[in-house]
Design a binder for this molecule. Structure first.
Ligand code: SF4
Length: 247
């Protein structure tokens, strides 16, 4: 599989789940490279914002920012190599597969997850996805929880690319999937309400969390967002990885 590399190391690490239903739980993260979207504010731009591409990222205009040289930010690893790198899940039986968009590599990912589950039957698996790729039915036979994160218009992605009704429907019907949204403004709330109505996403499956790359900016949003969440009966989550400055 094509694994993301950052600061010279494959992105396989032990940390805590920073957000959503399992926030605060120790977890092993595996970050895969490549994405089918190109969100303007993406904080894992090293997984897709390659030199020579025309995708636009908000940082492109910053002095000193350079698009990433693909060969330095990806590593092709066999599933056997990954199994040995993921030995940590025997001690910490929660694996979060993230990206980029992990479902772009779903055949190899499925094979890896099946092998891991045989080795560690109590393993809990979470897959973070942008909700534009329908996983094969095989995933639903594993103990996989999906954190689905459809993008709003602030991503600057055209709606027909970021909202796929048939994919969202599969995740609505799958009991172990939630939808999470990072919220910055009241306009985001209005757009979210419209999207939930349009796609018939039930409130109990919705998790909202404050946008921000540092604690003060998150804390400006958190109080009013918690009120909005209480009123709409959505779930609210903090973002511990920002608060604790952990990967
Ligand atoms: S879907 Fe996720 S990984 Fe892909 S560009 Fe958007 S924020 Fe980044």
């Amino acid at each position: 599989m094509i694994v993301s590399v950052f600061e010279g190391k494959p992105q396989i690490f032990l940390t805590e789940q920073g957000e959503g239903p399992s926030m605060g739980q120790p977890a092993v993260f595996l970050r895969l490279s490549g994405c089918n979207l190109f969100c303007h504010w993406c904080d894992t731009d090293f997984t897709w914002n390659w030199q020579g591409t025309l995708f636009k990222h908000e940082k492109d205009a910053l002095p000193g920012y350079k698009k990433f040289e693909k060969k330095n930010f990806q590593q092709d690893m066999t599933n056997d190599q990954l199994l040995s790198q993921l030995e940590m899940v025997s001690e910490t039986p929660r694996l979060v597969v993230t990206g980029g968009e992990p479902l772009l590599q779903e055949a190899l990912l499925l094979e890896l997850l099946k092998k891991l589950q045989v080795k560690v039957p109590q393993l809990k698996i979470e897959i973070e996805t942008n909700g534009t790729k329908n996983p094969s039915r095989e995933f639903f036979k594993l103990p996989v929880h999906f954190n689905v994160s459809p993008k709003l218009s602030n991503s600057k992605i055209p709606k027909n690319l970021r909202i796929k009704a048939h994919v969202l429907r599969s995740f609505i019907d799958y009991p172990d999937a939630i939808f999470k949204f990072v919220i910055k403004t009241q306009d985001d709330i209005k757009e979210l309400q419209q999207l939930l109505l349009e796609q018939k996403i039930p409130a109990e499956k919705v998790w909202v969390m404050p946008c921000g790359t540092d604690v003060p900016s998150m804390d400006e949003i958190a109080p009013w967002l918690q009120e909005e969440a209480d009123y709409a009966r959505w779930n609210y989550s903090d973002r511990l990885h920002i608060r604790k400055n952990i990967p």
